[in-house]
Design a protein. Structure first.
Length: 329
């Protein structure tokens, strides 16, 4: 009777060895590939910089080099990939800064990001969030970093580093002209919780939906509750399918106060409240408790991926409003 157990134990041990070996082989081969491409890119750029007519010279060299390498080594060195290799070196000219946890496809995508600071942040976020290449491309297309209210890095985590405006929920699959209830959207977000957490940003963990809060006289239900372990606080989210109103702000302010009083632990930081709405009235934002309460935020959301120009306008307008609201007279 002991043979099946012994066989299972043997199988499990051998399986672990094979998996570990394959993982090690992948990491090593990935490191070798990235180092090889970085060195090739360096040589191409240095050679190109010696040409008298850089544009024409570089194009001619890549075309010739591609033919020579393809003849010698086969696939993998077409002219398009050589351009990617060249861009990879230009984007990451310091060899020691290349993180081998990421694949060549990750780096090929990040190398196209024009902003050097954003490139560095996308490398860090991809590793921290374990983003696959599809998630990485989606986040770059949606300007994941640029949508942070206050994207500048700080040593001490602050709520403004973790709040986006707008949030984009295109992964729910709703058409842009959908007529939906708050419950429809809330249900869909929970059904796509992994993608929702990625969109919220780092450090968020799901706690509850429609969390019941009981006082001496009334019952209340908070739409969505999360905990952020970087900020060490609860985050309440209230969904609205309409334009932000003064009543919405008052309701969230009350929820946050109640949560601090009834739910927050002694080691937790003050609770944060986020109202997700389709549009914001800047007059209401400016002259309401939002302007003075550092724990309350209102952000727009979209159920579709905005066109690049629309997204830029949304981000720029919110950046201007944020700077105006936080400028000391």
């Amino acid at each position: 009777m002991s043979y099946p157990q012994t066989e299972n134990a043997l199988f499990a041990s051998v399986k672990d060895i094979i998996i570990n070996a394959r993982q090690l082989a992948y990491r090593n081969s990935n490191s070798i590939l990235l180092n090889m491409y970085w060195q090739i890119g360096k040589l191409v750029v240095e050679d190109e910089q010696q040409g008298k007519e850089k544009a024409a010279y570089g194009k001619a060299v890549l075309k010739t080099l591609s033919k020579q390498l393809t003849t010698e080594f086969g696939k993998g060195f077409d002219e398009s990939n050589l351009r990617n290799i060249r861009q990879f070196y230009l984007a990451f000219p310091i060899r020691d800064a290349v993180r081998h946890e990421l694949s060549w496809t990750h780096y090929r995508i990040i190398s196209r990001v024009a902003n050097e600071t954003f490139r560095t942040q996308y490398v860090k976020l991809t590793i921290e969030g374990n983003w696959d290449t599809r998630s990485l491309q989606r986040n770059i297309d949606s300007n994941y970093i640029g949508r942070s209210i206050e994207p500048a890095e700080s040593k001490k985590p602050a709520p403004t580093n973790f709040i986006k405006d707008p949030y984009i929920f295109e992964f729910l699959g709703f058409p842009s002209d959908s007529s939906l209830t708050e419950n429809n959207i809330e249900t869909a977000l929970i059904n796509h919780l992994q993608k929702f957490l990625m969109e919220l940003g780092k450090g968020f963990a799901f706690v509850a939906r429609q969390q019941h809060i009981v006082t001496d006289t009334s019952d209340f239900f908070v739409d969505l509750v999360f905990y952020n372990y970087y900020l060490k606080c609860f985050v309440l989210i209230d969904l609205k399918t309409s334009k932000l109103s003064h009543a919405d702000i008052g309701q969230m302010d009350m929820y946050v106060r109640m949560y601090n009083d009834l739910k927050k632990g002694s080691d937790d930081n003050p609770t944060i409240g986020i109202i997700l709405c389709t549009e914001k009235d800047e007059t209401i934002v400016k002259y309401s408790v939002l302007a003075e309460n550092e724990q309350l935020f209102a952000s727009k959301y979209r159920l579709y991926m905005p066109k690049e120009e629309e997204l830029k306008q949304l981000i720029e307008q919110d950046r201007i409003n944020f700077e105006l609201d936080h400028t000391t007279p």
